[in-house]
Design a protein around this ligand. Structure first.
Ligand code: UD1
Length: 314
């Protein structure tokens, strides 16, 4: 049977968590579109019999328009992530995150998809004067990545208003958890910290380590993304998809050392270009309008993630 849900980036860390979330909540099968650039088929190993995988790049409009017909929802998570990568190598990230995203919306409209749920980014806020960050604040992107992700939101609302394609944008706030790939210098900071802890190597902290982030456990994000596909009356809107807390890198490295039972001072380097100082989501709107209900404290999320890395040590 043709899957009703298609996930771009479905072989990635967050996408594969969403695959499992959908299959655990009533979908018989799901479709995945992924070019395997940063995604891995191994992320889908346990569920592969219920996944229809298309190894396709979202820059290939013709392929998308062949794959999407019959789908009710497209979850658009495929992207070239990372703030520093978008500064060091801006052309591919622009091409995938803006042109590829346009292709996804256009193909979804052409194929008669009901709704696109888009993975937007908290980076769109930039440095705000006030915390937590609410959706009514003016965006102020500080990096190509932040700008690209913001453009995808705007395209979502324009496809809603001009073309009648439903869209919901969720601003992800530093998602972490099992399967986050620590193998690139551009990987999420917690995956790098955990890898360093297991290898008994000091991590590098860019800046003074007092910058803070609203680290959000991947299963909480996946649950919200699924809800965002179903709720009526929210099309064209943007919601924060954070946990609502805020933790510094210094605190997190302390916590990870405790989990591993080690004492290993971090190395400190210069601050990273394009970085936002503090990030924390106001989750009021997501809770009220989408039923967002995060379940994982930072302690629980860190513990589960560390357990996973230990069990899957290469
Ligand atoms: C940003 C976005 C996030 C987006 C992600 C995609 C913000 C607030 N968040 O995350 O929404 O999904 O990009 O990639 O903009 N760091 C170190 N040492 C390291 C690596 C990183 O100190 O080895 C620091 C960074 O300088 C930064 C923090 O850790 O201050 C988090 O970095 P990272 O995990 O890359 O995520 P963001 O850039 O915050």
């Amino acid at each position: 049977m043709q899957p009703k849900c298609i996930i771009t980036g479905g072989a990635g860390f967050i996408g594969s968590a969403l695959v499992r979330e959908l299959l655990a909540n009533g979908e018989q099968s799901v479709g995945v579109v992924d070019n395997l650039n940063s995604g891995h088929l191994s992320n889908l190993e346990e569920v592969k019999d219920r996944v229809e995988t298309h190894v396709v790049d979202i820059r290939d409009y013709d392929a998308l328009v062949r794959i999407f017909p019959g789908a009710d929802v497209v979850y658009h998570l495929a992207a070239i992530p990372s703030v520093p990568r978008s500064i060091q190598d801006p052309v591919p990230s622009h091409d995938v995150n803006i042109n590829g995203t346009f292709n996804v919306y256009r193909a979804a409209k052409e194929a008669g998809v009901r709704r696109v749920v888009y993975a937007a980014s908290s980076s769109a806020y930039g440095d705000t004067l006030v915390l937590p960050k609410t959706e009514s604040m003016a965006p102020s992107p500080k990096s190509p990545y932040a700008l690209q992700k913001l453009m995808g939101e705007y395209y979502g609302s324009v496809f809603d208003s001009c073309f009648g394609l439903e869209s919901v944008s969720l601003r992800f706030f530093n998602v972490y958890g099992p399967r986050q790939d620590p193998s690139s210098p551009y990987s999420g900071v917690l995956s790098l910290f955990m890898k360093a802890a297991m290898e008994r190597k000091a991590p590098t902290i860019f800046g003074d380590g007092e910058q803070s982030r609203d680290f959000t456990y991947v299963e909480d994000v996946a649950a919200l993304v699924r809800k965002a596909s179903m709720v009526p009356g929210v099309s064209g809107k943007v919601f924060n998809a954070g946990n609502g807390g805020r933790y510094t890198l210094n605190f997190l490295w302390e916590e990870i050392q405790k989990l591993e039972g080690i004492t290993l001072p971090a190395n400190y380097g210069p601050p990273r270009g394009g970085d936002v100082r503090d990030s924390q989501a106001d989750t009021t709107a997501a809770k009220r309008e989408l039923g967002h209900d995060p379940q994982f404290t930072i302690e629980e999320g860190l513990r589960r993630t560390m357990d996973w890395y230990r069990a899957h040590k290469a």
